[in-house]
Design a protein around this ligand. Sequence first.
Ligand code: SAH
Length: 258
Amino acid sequence: MKGTDNNNRLPAEKIVDKIRIVMVETTHPGNIGAAARAMKTMGHKRLYLVKPKVFPSAEVTARAAGADDILANAVVCNSLQEAVKDCVLVVATSARQRSIPWQNHGPRECAGRIIDAAESGQVALVFGRESSGLDNDELEFCNSVVQIPTNPQFSSLNVASAIQILCYEIMQAANETIEDASREENKIPLASTEQMRLFYEHLEQCMTEIGFYDPGKPRRLMRRLKRLFNRVQLDQNEINILRGFFVAAQDAARKNKK
Ligand code: SAH
């Protein structure tokens, strides 16, 4: 992710809490329910509805299939401006290329930008009407437009499906970010060249003592083993484990000889 220190990242749920899904003038109540369901499966919670035609309704609830908490907490607004006024980043979604060239991103890149921005404030992802999408006045509130790549001859997804895909990408990006951060934190330093040199010396000694290797007829065994261990990049713990193992093997061989 660009420009941010991974170690100071918010946990994934906190990131998602700062992201709202905004649906503009949705006509079919079933789409609102399906959107709530799509959001909940991807860990999202915050739904904003700009002038929904029908809300609440039994059909919305039925299609939400248990994502009732999202519907209960949905915020109904009178305009897109009202829905996004406190946001530091507003991303529009569109099924088609716009005649006015807005900054355009694919879903994955867009998810990364959203996660980055959520570190510093509220973020909105805006979805248009089933019939006509978002109009140009609405696009003026948006910093960029994301288009999900599709069959060029059939590019318009159902709005809840578009929400599903983008919420999935955001969840993936948030989880990757957290994993990167914890991997960095838990990282055990890799072995240095000098530690590897001593490790190879010990390996050779051990293999000789247990009768697996004859320094008089080396062939290519050491080179092959070096290639193997160099490929895996041992860390300091792993080196210690292996060297402990060599010592135990050497002791056993010495006892055997007595
Ligand atoms: N006929 C409309 C289609 C709207 S589909 C139009 O031409 O704009 C309803 C909404 O679903 C869109 O406004 C957008 O928010 C979302 N959507 C549909 N297909 C999409 C795609 N390929 N990429 C991104 N969003 C899409």
